[in-house]
Ligand binder design. Structure first.
Ligand SMILES: [Zn+2]
Length: 93
């Protein structure tokens, strides 16, 4: 039987892994940003970008890094509460 490989980086997978290796699995924040509306996603990334003085693309890389903090830790009120409510709505808290 062939060993399955990660469909992104082609590393050999452990028997329990399917499709992507741990390194290539989307983070919780990546999954969350992929299910919310484009507007909600933009307002979160813009807020992080403004807070750190970086671009929205850099903000996306920052919050979706493997060693990133919880997304809420990057946000201030009232956006923090709005985002928490969104996470609860999508059961992704
Ligand atoms: Zn991989």
């Amino acid at each position: 039987m062939d060993i399955e490989q990660c469909s992104s980086c082609f590393a050999d997978l452990e028997p329990a892994q399917i499709g992507l290796c741990d390194e290539c699995q989307p983070t919780a924040t990546e999954r969350f940003l992929s299910v919310i509306s484009v507007q909600a996603r933009a307002s979160i990334l813009d807020a992080v970008a403004a807070h750190y003085g970086i671009t929205a693309d850099a903000a996306l890389a920052e919050v979706t890094a493997k060693d990133a903090e919880h997304l809420l830790d990057y946000l201030r009120e009232p956006l923090r509460s709005d985002t928490l409510a969104l996470m609860q709505r999508y059961r992704m808290q």
